[in-house]
Design a protein around this ligand. Sequence first.
Ligand SMILES: NC(=O)c1ccc[n+]([C@@H]2O[C@H](COP(=O)([O-])OP(=O)(O)OC[C@H]3O[C@@H](n4cnc5c(N)ncnc54)[C@H](OP(=O)(O)O)[C@@H]3O)[C@@H](O)[C@H]2O)c1
Length: 403
Amino acid sequence: MAMQQITILGSTGSIGVSSLDVIARHPDQFRVFALTGHSRIEVLAEQCQRFVPAFAVVPNAEAASQLSALVPAQTRVLCGVEGLIEVASHSDTDTVVAAIVGAAGLLPTIAAAEAGKKILLANKEALVMAGALFLDAVKRGGATLLPLDSEHNAIFQCLPPGFTGVSGAGLSGSGLSGTGVSKLVLSASGGPFRTTPIEQLMTVSPDQACAHPNWSMGRKISVDSATMMNKGLELIEACWLFNVAAADVEIVIHPQSIVHSLVEYVDGSVLAQLGNPDMRTPIAHALAWPERIASGVARLNLTELAALEFEPPDAVRFPALTLARQAGESMGDAPTALNAANEVAVAAFLTEQIRFPRIAAVVAEVMAGWQGSELACLEAVQDSDSRARRLAQASVAGYQDEV
Ligand SMILES: NC(=O)c1ccc[n+]([C@@H]2O[C@H](COP(=O)([O-])OP(=O)(O)OC[C@H]3O[C@@H](n4cnc5c(N)ncnc54)[C@H](OP(=O)(O)O)[C@@H]3O)[C@@H](O)[C@H]2O)c1
């Protein structure tokens, strides 16, 4: 394997830290080219001292001067979205780990696609909010898009060789015909509230929502897992990545998070990818693809496993799933609105402005009145995103007196 120069967008987060852990195990194969952070400047400084990247990126000039005093002389500090775009598309980097959370990751990830990079995509929100434009950029730039989300990475591993999708064919009805694949099955843990009495959900705290039973993740995705909006976003992500319709993707709850997802074939075979719930496995898979490297993840001991359980998701407990499926069926800018409304609602819950069940209620209100349109350009994405955020803020305001 040739030496890869790697940019990590969002290196201070959960995926970023796991990526650096895998990279550090293979100094002969990977070199860190650029690291980026947002609020955790000290963590970014420590990462720069350890990996000595050519660039580090922070949100603004103030953070840049703070970081500059803490990093090695070889590391140039940039700031803002322009800095993120510069390191994502720089001619000296070949691999970009897209691990910024939420809509903020869109522009640098698109820049990496247009520049023809190998993109390891964790930032599912970017694909959800601008799927067609994102995949156009991948095709135009000749980029390679590999899924880091454990479920999509599992499906990628179980699909037949040469399956079209990862290089971005886009959504056009069902991409399954003629492939021998009959269905994709996304597994979901069900999050921390899978069995909590529904009436108690009005009083759960942000910390309880972020206490995921199997995975250690950032707070936004942890809340998304608790509402199962995460699985809804993943459904839309799967449609774009694998060129399938929403109806081709089934969601099944699997509380142990050992079976990461499955592919069903027309002959009745079902292929699954199993492993301990640790993001270093999909990260190592995508970093080395099509080869394999060690990830540091503990081996799965089948004889020590308890029973593996599967159950259908409860639509009453998890209304976000239905909202996401509807957005995935209508496409256009419906997923953009869904994602934006969800980001506003999750932020409001995490700052204790609204109760947990109101996250889905806010998204439902925005989607109920949403006049869908097609997304011809990135400005249209930004317009739909801003409009949905304004509607979601108004909806949040209506629930604030409950807190
Ligand atoms: N964690 C997982 O296991 C997992 C699994 C699958 C997919 N994903 C996806 O991966 C992405 C990252 O998740 P995570 O759990 O790693 O989140 P996280 O721990 O919250 O990390 C988010 C990263 O994005 C940076 N960031 C936040 N806001 C930003 C902004 N406005 N501009 C630029 N950078 C910003 C953060 O910087 P600071 O920390 O310095 O503020 C941090 O580096 C999400 O899209 C998530 O859905 C995560």
